[in-house]
Write a protein that binds this ligand. Structure first.
Ligand code: SAH
Length: 375
């Protein structure tokens, strides 16, 4: 790709020396921190990291990139090398809300003086949904949910579980408990009746992810799960973006790539950061409609929607930069379809058809940087 060639030329030196094949197959895996708490968490004054960004990483613009933490070997090292050698911040959202979501973030935002969205979201299943307590068996130890996925369990599975429990004693034998718990963990099933489990409803997933109620309402259930499963956890992202609030009292111009249902926009809105302009790039027609619906109800700024990152050429970027006086934030998480753990079939790393769209993220950030440098 054009962008990656350019980058190779521009950032020689150390970055050049480290560069290996783009599929990263010869890389050492980037060690994931345990606990996965990022550079800091709300109300955790003891364990705060300071960092110095590499010179070429410093904005403008600020940028914020997200992808799944558990990517195949070498992927994060490659992403980091392209994004100006910035060290990723790995965070599991279970430290901020009631569901796990292990993600890596590469950004050049300050990390001091962050603040969380209020009200703080529930941190446990029972805080989020007290009515499930009634049917929760003592042998189900879960207090938080696993990662909210893009698909839901089948009605058949619920039925199988119900049968298995109905035909065993109370408590059921260890083998049955294990079977049920494995499925409950895998599919995030909750207890809604005697021996009866069910998947979460889309509005419950919206709530756990920090979206307003009915944000994705009006499109099919399958579509809603898909879009929600791919989206940001709003409280987590808002915590990282909160530093922008004091910096931009008059609002921000945002270039939003792979916008999905607008997790980044919702985070900025909930932080009280005015969006003067958002240029949003999202290929899904349904997602664009969801964003437009929310925007028209809540925002006074300008929203420009573009379908494909491939059609956002460097020339078009330069025109936008001139028109809006530059972008303050370039935000986005490129598709993880070829990276995520559950997708064993097409897990071909960063060079997979979808995952390679990361290189457009890099190309576009770099083009914004260049265009703003010429301003
Ligand atoms: N962060 C977003 C979701 C990111 S998931 C949120 O909060 O909702 C990745 C998104 O990239 C998906 O919505 C997918 O439809 C979109 N996408 C895939 N290919 C694309 C392309 N070529 N151009 C723009 N968007 C694309």
């Amino acid at each position: 790709m054009e962008g990656s060639k350019k980058k190779r030329k521009r950032y020689g030196g150390a970055a050049q020396g480290n560069r290996r094949p783009l599929d990263g197959s010869h890389e050492e895996p980037m060690p994931l921190p345990n606990p996965m708490v990022g550079f800091n968490l709300p109300n955790d004054r003891l364990r705060s990291v300071t960092r110095r960004l590499p010179q070429q990483a410093i904005g403008p613009p600020f940028f914020y990139y997200e992808n799944v933490a558990l990517a195949p070997k070498g992927v994060w090292a490659t992403i980091s090398r392209f994004l100006y050698d910035i060290e990723p911040e790995f965070v599991d959202s279970k430290h901020l809300c009631a569901a796990a979501r292990k993600r890596g973030y590469i950004h050049n935002l300050p990390i001091e003086n962050r603040f969380p969205l209020l009200p703080l979201p529930p941190k446990t299943i029972f805080e989020a949904f007290p009515h499930y307590k009634k049917w929760w068996p003592s042998w189900d130890p879960r207090r938080q949910l696993n990662c909210l996925q893009t698909s839901m369990s089948s009605a058949k599975l619920t039925e199988r579980i119900q049968c298995a429990l109905a035909s065993s004693g109370n408590p059921p034998p260890k083998s049955v408990q294990k079977y049920v718990m494995d499925e409950c963990r895998k599919w995030n099933l909750v207890w809604v009746g005697k021996n009866k489990v069910a998947h979460l409803e889309p509005d419950e997933v919206e709530y756990l992810l920090g979206f307003p109620r009915d944000h994705t309402r009006g499109v099919g259930k399958t579509e809603r799960f898909k879009s929600l499963g791919n989206s940001f956890q709003v409280d987590t992202v808002a915590y990282h973006l909160s530093v922008l609030k004091d910096m931009y009292p008059n609002g921000v111009n945002v270039l939003s790539l792979f916008t999905g249902i607008g997790g980044g926009e919702v985070a900025l809105h909930r932080l009280g950061i005015h969006m003067r302009t958002v240029v949003s790039v999202e290929i899904g027609e349904v997602n664009r409609r969801i964003l437009r619906g929310w925007w028209d109800q809540t925002q006074t700024g300008t929203l420009i929607e573009i379908a494909d990152v491939k059609s956002l050429t460097d020339d078009r970027i330069a025109t936008f930069v001139r028109r809006f006086g530059g972008f303050d934030l370039v935000i986005g998480g490129s598709p993880c379809n070829n990276l995520a753990g559950s997708n064993r079939h097409h897990r071909d790393g960063l060079e997979g058809e979808q995952s390679a769209l990361f290189y457009h993220y890099f190309r576009i950030v770099d083009a914004v940087k260049s265009a703003m440098g010429r301003m």
